[in-house]
Design a protein around this ligand. Structure first.
Ligand code: FCB
Length: 463
């Protein structure tokens, strides 16, 4: 056994999102989002569950923040529901929505918990969807205005604003794979959505900087999966490269290099010619804080059966899996060192970045990592989730290794603080450090929650 210790000031936190925890889907003037609509459509969510009431954080935010404080948490990433603040996506502001986030922020600050606010965790206002949603460029401008409103009301209590959570998932899982809202199957729409979401990041960054009375860091959170070829064949290696381009580089290149791999694909170019307008890439390349969400890797093989991309995912036998993904801790180290090598170390392209404009290498943090475990209460009322503790040790150790190898990782946020609504999978996948009885809403800290509290206290753990 050896004790590993993280750099002084390392940020330990937990993450959540509005639709997954708030409930109160139509209370106090909140507008309808595409997730309300999607979840209300029969057949979209396991057991037709919805986030209507979810874990009732809207009414329990004070108790929930107090529980965070009890565990010694000092940093909390959450998202605001666009439709609580601007019920129709644009236009009049909803005072009760503002009051809720005021309450949440003030309670967090009272407990000395630093808020990391994220503007968009997939719950687009239905009113904007009805006008075309993310595939339409206008949505990016509406988002920038929403960013301005949030900055105006809450900027005084924030140091960081994340614009988006996992643009790739919102674009491709929502518009091409149809597993998330809005649930369409259209590759062109997904590509347009992907570009407009990134464009909206750049436009929002401008709006936030113009509105803020003090410097705010602009962040974005990306789902990144290191991609491995299934075999050593050249075809599989090329398949892995294609997936890397369409999953990882499609997000990282515009944000950090001012380029896009879209043009590398003939078919894609044909589908969305003219999508990227002059000046767009320049606007997108602005970032102070890069958040990495890591859950698993992707193992890919060439497959002529699958049109357009000619790839198929492989699930290697003999490895450990959770209810959702392969468990592959080494992938996190590979991912972090790759970001450093490909994006942070090379000198930035001309024109040389000016400091303070979000153009130097951003700070790097893990903004989500966790495992779904079918937890339950034991007879004595405890939740013995050893599997989660093992998962966390193995993954956080890989973050430690990356730091030792020179990657400047500044923080780690666990997904999630409490069990909650896991999108299309409903309430069946529990990710929390805190167990939630979905009938009574009673919260019980799991063994992993106590373990994580100790990690924060010691700024490290025994491995
Ligand atoms: C991520 C999402 C988050 C949660 C975890 C398990 O992709 O950002 O909301 O669902 O997966």
């Amino acid at each position: 056994m050896a004790q590993i210790t993280f750099p002084k000031g390392f940020v330990w936190g937990t993450a959540s999102s509005a639709y997954q925890i708030e409930g109160a889907w139509n209370e106090d003037g909140k507008g309808v989002s595409i997730w309300d609509t999607f979840a209300h459509t029969p057949g979209k969510i396991v057991n037709d569950e919805t986030g209507d009431g979810s874990i009732d954080h809207y009414h329990r935010c004070k108790e929930d923040a107090a529980l965070m404080a009890e565990l010694g948490l000092k940093h909390y990433r959450f998202s605001t529901a666009w439709t609580r603040i601007l019920p129709a996506g644009a236009g009049p502001v909803n005072p009760k929505g503002i009051a809720f986030y005021d309450r949440l922020l003030d309670t967090l600050l009272k407990h000395k918990i630093e808020p990391y606010l994220c503007l968009f965790h997939w719950d687009l206002p239905q009113a904007l969807q009805d006008k075309g949603g993310w595939p339409k460029r206008e949505t990016a401008y509406a988002f920038a205005d929403y960013a301005r409103v949030v900055t105006k009301h809450f900027g005084d209590r924030l140091n960081v604003i994340f614009t988006h959570n996992e643009p790739w998932v919102a674009a491709f899982v929502g518009h091409f794979l149809a597993m998330h809202a809005p649930g369409t199957r259209d590759l062109g729409a997904a590509l347009r959505a992907a570009h407009h979401i990134l464009l909206s990041h750049g436009l929002a960054a401008e709006a936030i900087r113009a509105e803020a009375k003090k410097p705010l860091k602009i962040g974005i959170t990306l789902n990144l999966n290191p991609v491995y070829p299934a075999t050593e064949s050249k075809k599989d290696a090329e398949a892995a490269d294609r997936v890397d381009a369409i999953m990882n580089r499609i997000q990282l290149d515009p944000l950090l290099k001012g380029t896009t791999p879209i043009e590398e694909f003939k078919i894609i170019k044909a589908l969305v010619g003219g999508l990227v307008q002059p000046g767009d890439l320049e606007k997108i390349r602005t970032l102070d804080l890069l958040g990495v969400n890591y859950y698993s890797r992707a193992v890919m093989k060439h497959s002529a059966k699958v049109p357009v991309v000619n790839v198929e995912q492989v699930h290697p036998e003999g490895n450990e899996y959770s209810g959702m993904w392969e468990i592959f801790p080494e992938g996190l180290h590979a991912l972090l060192t790759r970001i450093q090598k490909d994006y942070f170390l090379p000198s930035p392209p001309a024109p040389l970045p000016k400091t303070g404009e979000g153009r130097q290498a951003p700070e790097l943090m893990i903004t989500e990592n966790g495992i779904p475990v079918p937890d339950g209460l034991d007879a004595d009322g405890r939740v013995r989730d050893e599997r989660r503790i093992r998962y966390l040790k193995n993954h956080i150790y890989q973050v430690y290794r990356a730091i030792q190898d020179g990657v400047p990782v500044k923080g780690y946020f666990h997904w999630s603080f409490m069990d909650n609504f896991e999108w299309a999978l409903g309430y069946g996948q529990r990710f929390g450090l805190v167990y939630v009885d979905f009938q009574t809403q009673k919260r019980t800290v799991k063994d992993s929650g106590r373990w994580f509290a100790e990690v924060i206290r010691a700024n490290g753990f025994e491995i």
